[in-house]
Design a protein around this ligand. Structure first.
Ligand SMILES: Nc1ncnc2c1ncn2[C@@H]1O[C@H](COP(=O)(O)OP(=O)(O)OP(=O)(O)O)[C@@H](O)[C@H]1O
Length: 251
């Protein structure tokens, strides 16, 4: 059996005396496009921080690529994209090409040492998110959705095997959200990158993801997104703590 990219067993986490994660068990297999959804305050960010090693484990285990997180050293295999487009300073004076080049700093040190191969890598990353024609544009002049594509390109130049995205469509205009998820789906299929996408947008992401994880302190669902849609509105409302309807999109 293939080693999971991420394995979590019996994970619990509390802030002071408040339990925010309880008894989480989950696997993400290589090549999966996993979507993690849950209402506000359900523990999504806490879980991601634990996976990225930003919080110390209190009880339970996390393994990355088969190695307990406490001993894991191959952090270059993992990349993280947050809601940056939403908070990005529009006046920041860098071109799209330069922003993506920053993703190579860890590997090569200084920007002025960019060689031909580095340049090719940057252009390939821009190409894979459909932003190559914008390489000489100022990052601050782009739309939220375009900026977020550039940030994904920046996370791709270091060739990650596992890409974690925390609410990447915040700040992306609604008509471009589908295009954005489509682009993620191609990265997953064509480059074989394992994805973990955190989102509020359950109606849309279930059309793209291969695995759906629904978190509300505990993991309420982990499985096929299609089967999740067959759950009744009552079950969904119980999970979300308020009334909701399942909406599926066909692509
Ligand atoms: N540093 C902290 N100290 C104390 N409590 C915290 C801290 N960070 C988060 N919490 C609490 O832990 C719970 C889970 O928060 P978390 O941010 O992980 O949820 P979330 O699902 O990411 O929420 P959102 O979708 O609103 O970002 C919430 O009740 C939150 O108030």
């Amino acid at each position: 059996m293939e080693t999971p990219v991420l394995r979590i067993n019996s994970l619990n986490y509390k802030y002071d005396q408040q339990n925010v994660l309880e008894n989480i068990d989950m696997d993400i297999k290589p090549g999966a496009f996993a979507g993690l959804v849950g209402p506000n305050g359900s523990g999504k960010t806490t879980l991601i921080k634990l996976i990225l090693g930003l919080h110390r484990i209190q009880s339970g285990n996390i393994e990355l690529f088969g190695t307990p997180i406490q001993k894991f050293k191959d952090w270059h295999k993992i990349s993280f994209v947050s809601q940056k487009a939403n908070t990005f300073n529009r006046g920041f004076p860098a071109t799209v090409f330069e922003v993506v080049a920053m993703g190579l700093f860890g590997k090569m040190g200084y920007f002025r040492f960019l060689n031909k191969q580095h340049k090719q890598k940057i252009e390939q990353a821009l190409e894979s998110v459909g932003m190559l024609p914008y390489k000489n544009r100022n990052i601050g002049d782009l739309s939220g959705g375009q900026q977020q594509r550039v940030f994904i390109a920046r996370s791709l130049v270091s060739d990650p095997e596992f890409l974690i995205l925390d609410e990447p469509t915040v700040g992306v205009d609604t008509e471009n959200v589908d295009r954005f998820y489509h682009m993620l789906s191609s990265l997953n299929k064509e480059r074989g990158i394992t994805l973990l996408l955190v989102s509020h947008d359950i109606g849309t992401i279930t059309s793209y993801v291969t695995d759906l994880l629904c978190l509300n302190k505990t993991l309420h669902y982990h499985g096929d997104p299609g089967e999740f849609h067959q759950k009744s509105d009552k079950e969904l409302s119980e999970f979300y703590g308020h009334s909701m309807h399942s909406i599926s999109h066909n692509h």
